[in-house]
Design a protein. Structure first.
Length: 270
């Protein structure tokens, strides 16, 4: 019987999806088990929510064919990725690393551009702030896979939520990812939620176009007299389900901050 929460996506990346579906997590948080073919060393990215069944499954799947978990990585601080950090450390004893030391256990923080080598598996760390300021993506260099966490989702677009999320850095991160795609360093994307992406350039360009369109809508709403983020949401996100308006409001705040910053910069240049 097929396990809908478990799938081999690439030669080096196996997906174990947590059973925590919601309007924000889509089908659930994607936990990735990373392993070089023929190696016993397993790297776990984002063990996810504090769900004993999910954590037990991660350990069981990682242990197949003599495997063992040697390292745990966290892409960013959001609870659906980090809630199990202490329990998973207790269960595995594996060191945990992230860009922010808050999410490290018995190990040093990651650094931008660092290349990890675990059991022959090479993983490049990309700092990609924007969704959160501690967000990272990982590149499996041997197969040009980008583990994008919540910077790029498998379905729809991600939230850049004020105040930790910031649109300027997010757009810069998308541009950096696009550059890696054009250079041939990234050929497919393995996201933190939703299905994998086989046409990354189309998706990233779609993200950039979507952000530009939303910015124009927000700018027009402000020029029309809206003064609060919720007023902008009611105008710009009228077609979006109200159950996610709270996230839309945080995103609008980030867009308003971005527009205000550009306005201030333009004033200084005059």
């Amino acid at each position: 019987m097929k396990d809908e929460h478990l799938s081999n996506v690439t030669e080096r990346a196996l997906l174990v999806r947590a059973d925590n579906p919601s309007v924000m997590t889509l089908d659930g948080t994607n936990t990735w088990l990373l392993r070089e073919p023929g190696s016993s060393s397993v790297v776990v990215l984002d063990p996810g929510p504090l769900d004993e069944d999910h954590l037990a499954r991660l350990i069981e799947v990682a242990g197949r064919d003599g495997g063992h978990i040697d390292l745990v990585l966290y892409s960013h601080w959001h609870p659906d990725h980090t809630d199990s950090i202490d329990r998973f450390f207790e269960l595995t004893g594996a060191p945990a690393r992230a860009l922010d030391s808050t999410w490290c256990r018995n190990a040093e923080p990651l650094t931008a551009g660092e290349v990890l080598s675990v059991g022959g598996l090479e993983i490049e760390v990309m700092a990609t702030p924007g969704h959160t300021m501690d967000s990272i993506c990982l590149v499996l260099t041997a197969e040009q896979s980008l583990l994008s966490a919540d910077t790029i989702l498998g379905t729809g677009t991600t939230v850049v939520a004020h105040p930790d999320g910031a649109l300027g850095p997010y757009l810069d991160s998308l541009a950096a990812i696009r550059q890696r795609i054009v250079a041939g360093d990234v050929r497919h994307i393995l996201p933190g939620h939703g299905p994998s992406i086989s046409d990354p350039l189309t998706v990233v360009d779609g993200y950039l176009a979507h952000r530009a369109s939303r910015l124009e809508q927000v700018r027009a709403a402000l020029e029309a007299g809206d003064t609060t983020a919720m007023q902008v949401v009611e105008r710009v996100y009228a077609e979006v389900d109200r159950s996610v308006w709270f996230a839309a409001e945080m995103s609008v705040r980030a867009q308003m901050d971005y527009l205000a910053g550009r306005s201030d910069a333009a004033s200084m240049e005059v």
